[in-house]
Design a binder for this molecule. Structure first.
Ligand SMILES: [Zn+2]
Length: 126
């Protein structure tokens, strides 16, 4: 008996009866001339299943566009942040501004940013 319908093995009793009811309802509506009800119901079901996939895909696209993965300008620690926001480096605590896909240091207005230059002793003695 069980081997007679091997293709229905994946369906449990509930799923099978559900599917049969669905098919009978479809046939009945088709006979009565209300197949458009059945069709619109099918479209609705399809939308219910497709809509979350589209929304998830959209959210992923949005996240990928706004997520910026770069290195801290101070300690070169790699981390991720949202574009056009300000954050803090989780490694050294330096406030960083995320703009144009890169992390920039947040420099207070009165600060003069300089680069330290290493001068060798020999150069000074000359
Ligand atoms: Zn850092």
């Amino acid at each position: 008996m069980n081997n007679k319908f091997p293709e229905f093995v994946w369906l449990n009793n509930f799923g099978l009866s559900c599917l049969l009811t669905f098919l009978l309802l479809g046939l009945f509506l088709g006979l009565v001339g209300l197949s458009w009800v059945f069709n619109s119901f099918l479209i609705l079901v399809a939308l219910i299943f497709i809509a979350p996939a589209i929304i998830l895909w959209r959210i992923r696209w949005w996240l990928q566009r706004d997520l910026v993965e770069d290195e801290c300008p101070v300690c070169s620690y790699g981390f991720t942040g949202f574009n056009k926001t300000e954050g803090q480096c989780p490694n050294c605590g330096e406030p960083v501004k995320i703009e144009g896909g890169h992390f920039h240091r947040v420099i207070p207005p009165d600060t003069i940013d300089i680069d330290a230059v290493e001068v060798s002793v020999n150069q000074l003695e000359d």
